[in-house]
Ligand binder design. Structure first.
Ligand SMILES: [Zn+2]
Length: 446
């Protein structure tokens, strides 16, 4: 075998050397060219990601008895967002650039497409024929944005446009108790994280107890903490969402505590730890030109276009005030929503202000209730100067003029008994854990 190869290669060599110099050079160039051609797919791969056909063993797509495999409506493509991806370049990869604005028009009422995070998944269902590979005859029938195992937004084609459907699974919240003490040369933050508390929740505790204790200055080694934390699961998958049920911090002779009740935080006496919200984000009386209406339809296209907010007929330039303390999460210019701001007040509460003429805040900034944050306007797809104001509870828009907006400060009298009962249950849980359990506290749950 080996001798045969040697024979072949030596005869090839002989053949090569009988060729004239010009022909030898042509052979060299051709060889180099063939090598380059072989490398092209690798070069292209590093610059340009390939489209991915969904993996069929993904738990999302496993056929069940209720939904046998042949009836599963599998997406044609999926796209996992990488650093630097924009919605525009994702759509152009699928030859769907002309469809993007129709999707954005439907997104105006949910605004989930403005924030694009690494790892988010987009699923595409297409129909039509693409024999010309130009994508001209391809129609996007559905696009689904997978924001987490618990949160998906689908944009479904209806006539010439799209309607959105948002799915938020509540899943189950598993309870966990975290206890510990501030170690020498450490801080509350580092000690709590070392015991398994997510960094976000450290910040939440800092804000809740801010008016009572300064964690950066007034804590000393030996101070103890007890925290009851809930972690959200869908099936066996953690969604990454957590919330604090209760916290107690023991500093010298004082105990500082915060307990969650119906989504708001109170101290041991039932006094509110967060400031209540103002009903209106504007001052003075203005006419409401359009009410909250989750079932509204577009008058011409008849597509479902939920009105997830309240419209106030205010002239352009009217001052807009933060309805509660919070952090500015978005300042975005949107084709349809215009210039808009989103505030996050707590895990539970968010507010949005659309069609603004000017923002007076920037992303990441902390704002106080009553702080002037913007000037109203008529930007985006708006038929006249007005403020569109949204209030969200647990990621769902609610009627900001209704009674789900907490405008009261403490636990009301008729809920006090239920509140105290919950607090004593939480304290019992905290006390059931010994300081000797600290080392394993982070991994315990239940
Ligand atoms: Zn509106």
């Amino acid at each position: 075998m080996l001798s045969q190869i040697k024979l072949y290669s030596s005869s090839l060599q002989k053949l090569y050397y009988v060729l004239p110099v010009l022909h030898r050079n042509i052979v060299k160039v051709l060889l180099a060219f063939c090598l380059l051609l072989l490398l092209v797919p690798f070069i292209a791969k590093t610059n340009d990601r390939m489209l991915v056909i969904p993996v069929l063993d993904d738990p999302l797509y496993i056929a069940s008895k209720e939904q046998p495999f042949e009836n599963l409506n599998l997406p044609d493509y999926e796209w996992v967002v990488d650093r630097g991806d924009t919605l525009g370049n994702i759509f152009s990869k699928f030859n769907l650039s002309s469809t993007l604005s129709k999707i954005q028009e439907a997104d105006k009422n949910v605004l989930t497409l403005d924030v694009i995070n690494k790892g988010d998944k987009y699923l595409f269902w297409m129909s039509g024929n693409d024999d010309d590979f130009d994508g001209k005859d391809i129609v996007l029938t559905k696009m689904e944005q997978v924001l987490g195992v618990e949160h998906q937004v689908a944009f479904v084609r209806n006539g010439e446009g799209y309607e959105y459907k948002e799915t938020l699974l509540e899943g189950v919240w598993r309870q966990q108790t975290i206890i510990g003490e501030i170690k020498k040369n450490s801080s509350f933050s580092r000690s709590a994280v070392a015991q398994g508390l997510p960094v976000n929740d450290v910040a939440v505790i800092g804000r809740l107890l801010k008016s009572k204790i300064d964690f950066a200055r007034s804590t000393v080694p030996g101070d103890k903490f007890q925290i009851v934390l809930l972690t959200q699961y869908v099936g066996d998958v953690a969604t990454g969402n957590t919330k604090i049920e209760g916290v107690r911090f023991f500093n010298r002779k004082h105990v500082y505590s915060a307990f969650s009740y119906k989504g708001n935080f109170f101290d041991s006496k039932g006094e509110g730890l967060e400031r209540a919200f103002s009903r209106y984000p504007i001052k003075g009386k203005y006419r409401i030109s359009s009410n909250f209406n989750p079932r509204r339809r577009h008058p011409i296209t008849k597509l479902i276009r939920p009105h997830n907010g309240t419209d106030f007929a205010v002239p352009t330039g009217t001052s807009i005030y933060a309805p509660g303390d919070g952090v500015v999460r978005r300042v975005v210019r949107h084709k349809y929503a215009g210039l808009y701001i989103e505030l996050e007040h707590s895990y539970k509460y968010r507010s949005r202000f659309l069609h603004l003429s000017k923002s007076l805040v920037r992303k990441g900034q902390r704002v106080k209730r009553g702080q002037k944050i913007a000037l109203s306007g008529n930007t985006g797809a708006s038929t006249g100067a007005h403020l569109h104001y949204e209030f969200h509870v647990n990621k769902k828009p609610i009627n900001a003029m209704g009674n789900k907006v907490p405008v009261a400060i403490g636990v009301d009298r008729k809920s006090m008994f239920a509140y105290k009962k919950k607090v004593s249950g939480l304290i019992e849980l905290m006390e059931s854990k010994n300081i000797t359990d600290i080392k394993t506290a982070g991994s315990n749950s239940g």
